[in-house]
Design a protein around this ligand. Structure first.
Ligand code: COA
Length: 259
């Protein structure tokens, strides 16, 4: 169905695999377009409760935007490329009401690191490597890297990582707060699915509110506290809140319907 992606839905989790292993899964126009389409499916298909983004093969998650598409661009073309990607893919991931997790299985460079950072959180295989090497090409990150890396690891660390273009390994990425867990390569997908299965047992509307509230904070929204108050109130109108509270009082497990 897709030219550059593989998708597989299992137990409510859609695994989206960027599938250009001979090009280190670099994000060319087709990948960006198809990621936009598959994300619409994640938003709209009720059978999909959560998603994982990963890369095909053993070497790379995604080694960046496709550098071969850069040579013909001028200023407007460069801005257009960045904007289209940010709006259709990266922001769509960040604002997705269902959890989207990056399972980083190798090189996660440039647009690949930005793709992972747009996800709600990241887990990595032991051989993963993260970096923003754009300055090597006379460029800067264009898919949100200067913003999201700074939010995730802090100003000084982001400055050094982007200005030196140095890569960091999985354990260092964990120490920096860039990834939550490091797993052996062969366990990466199974462990990521386990985390999502746990989240899928929680109230989906509440989870969607959590994503929106935490994004407010990460994005420096000055109304984050007010939004939390409003969203806390909105939870009281859901069937799931009544189910969750009743289940607790009746000493049983809740069964949430996402309503
Ligand atoms: N865009 C386009 N093609 C890419 C690419 C990218 N970002 N990253 C890798 N490739 C291609 C290579 O050109 C090569 O293609 P070829 O076999 O047709 O020559 C193929 O993927 C394999 O990459 P190669 O460099 O031979 O593998 P390696 O194991 O020696 O090195 C990397 C792996 C990831 C370190 C190296 O490919 C790299 O530095 N890539 C670019 C990273 C980057 O600067 N990303 C930011 C872009 S803004």
């Amino acid at each position: 169905m897709y030219k550059t992606l593989l998708t597989e839905l299992e137990k409510g989790t859609l695994v989206i695999t960027v599938n250009r292993p001979d090009k280190m899964n670099a994000l060319n126009k087709d990948v960006i377009e198809e990621l936009g389409i598959v994300l619409d499916e994640v938003y709209n298909n009720d059978e999909i409760k959560s998603a994982i983004i990963t890369g095909a093969g053993e070497k790379a998650f995604v080694a960046g935007a496709d550098i071969s598409e850069f040579i013909s661009l001028d200023a407007a073309g460069g801005s257009g490329l960045a904007k289209k990607g940010q709006v259709n893919v990266f922001d769509k991931i960040e604002n997705c009401p269902k959890p989207v997790v990056a399972a980083v299985n190798g090189f996660s460079l440039g647009g690949g690191c930005e793709l992972a950072m747009a996800c709600h959180f990241r887990v990595a295989s032991a051989n993963a490597k993260f970096g923003q090497p754009e300055v090597n090409l006379g460029l800067i990150p264009g898919y949100g890297g200067t913003q999201r890396l700074t939010r995730l690891i802090g100003k000084g660390k982001a400055m050094e990582m982007i200005m030196t273009a140095d890569m960091v390994g999985a354990e260092d990425a964990k120490a920096l707060g860039l990834v939550n867990h490091v797993f052996a390569s062969e366990e990466l997908l199974a462990k990521t699915k386990e985390i999502l299965q746990k989240i899928q047992l929680k109230a989906p509307v509440a989870v969607a509110h959590v994503i929106a509230c935490i994004n407010d904070s990460a994005n420096g929204d000055h109304h984050g506290f007010e939004h939390e108050i409003e969203r806390f109130g909105a939870c009281f109108t859901t069937d799931d809140m009544k189910e969750g509270v009743n289940a607790f009082l009746e000493k049983r497990k809740p069964v949430f319907k996402g309503k």
